[in-house]
Design a protein around this ligand. Structure first.
Ligand code: BDR
Ligand code: CA
Length: 310
């Protein structure tokens, strides 16, 4: 399968790239970067470094948006470190980003292979919204879109209601979720139940090799932040879970086909993802449904994640 990743690395983005790079059936055709966990020049440099580390330096990396469509950006250095990778210094990249923007690269790739490329969105959805502006047929040209973002029936992580990737650009998320993609939404509802716990982290620490060692060091920083939030030594595997679901949709064991909107105006609820979960919902809403993952096989994913780092 051909996969384009749009991301803001980002420690869990790094693990997602490691996961994909280790799957024999996956061919990474491009990586777009976006502000989010850090500024876009930092996330772009990180994407290049990570592809180098994972033996995928030939994959084109395109720098994307440096700010959201409407609001000013806000970064997540407390969660991901000042350099976005837990302040761990990785080997310098040999390559540089291509001249196209992330949106331009995505549009060019899917136009050249209509219906063949899967897209994984792991950061704010600004690049995808910009790509829709360049190519309104994008939902038909992309085979399948998996988005890590949102919090439907659970609390948010940046505000009581809003998850980071949606909260970072609510206008972009509202456009993308309503555009008519074959879209699976991997929200905090499932990622906050997919935790790498102390036993898993200890198992990773015992895996030989640079890839595993670097990932363990990234996760040390990330787990420091999550342990304070969760009250135990553990961290949430948001982005790698979405990557694994892209590769194997069967990891989603229960889902709902529902329209999802983003609250754009609420004084306290801006960035909230509102899914219409009513069974008897009136049929007057023409907004396309997305597949909302409501149950996943976390144990199987965690096993596969560890194998990918071996
Ligand atoms: C999402 O926000 C980012 O900080 C993570 O990389 C992940 O994509 C989780 O809310
Ligand atoms: Ca991310």
């Amino acid at each position: 399968m051909q996969v384009f990743v749009d991301c803001d690395p980002g420690i869990d983005d790094a693990l997602a790239l490691a996961y994909l790079a280790a799957q024999p059936e996956v061919r990474l055709v491009g990586v777009g970067t976006v502000y989010g966990n850090n500024a876009v020049d930092v996330t772009t440099d990180n994407a290049l470094r990570l592809l180098e580390l994972y033996g995928a330096r030939d994959v084109p990396v395109a720098a994307g948006a440096g700010r959201p469509l409407v609001q000013p950006p806000s970064l997540a250095e407390s969660v991901h470190g000042r350099n976005g990778l837990g302040d761990v210094v990785t080997p310098g990249p040999q390559g540089t980003a291509v001249a196209e923007s992330a949106a331009e690269l995505l549009v060019r790739l899917v136009r050249s292979a209509p219906g063949e490329i899967d897209v994984l969105a792991l950061g704010p959805l600004t690049n995808l919204a910009l790509a829709l502006g360049l190519e309104p047929e994008l939902p038909r040209l992309v085979r399948r879109l998996v988005v890590m973002g949102g919090a439907v029936q659970v609390p948010g992580n940046v505000t009581p209601w809003a998850e980071a990737n949606v909260s970072n650009d609510p206008e972009a998320a509202e456009v993308v979720l309503g555009a008519g993609f074959d879209l699976t939404l991997v929200a905090l509802d499932v990622t906050m139940r997919t935790l790498a716990d102390a036993a898993w982290l200890d198992e990773l620490a015992a895996v030989p090799g640079e890839r595993a060692a670097m990932s363990a060091r990234f996760l040390d920083f990330y787990t420091g932040w999550y342990s304070r939030a969760l009250g135990e030594r553990a961290c949430a595997m948001h982005d790698p879970l979405a990557a694994a679901i892209l590769v194997d949709p069967a990891l989603v064991t229960e889902s709902a086909e529902v329209p999802v909107r983003v609250e754009l105006r609420g004084e306290y609820t801006r960035g909230l993802t509102v899914a219409d979960l009513r069974r008897w919902s009136p049929d007057s809403d023409s907004r396309p449904a997305v597949t909302l993952a409501t149950e996943v096989n976390s144990a199987e994913f965690l096993k596969r994640m560890l194998n990918a780092l071996r």
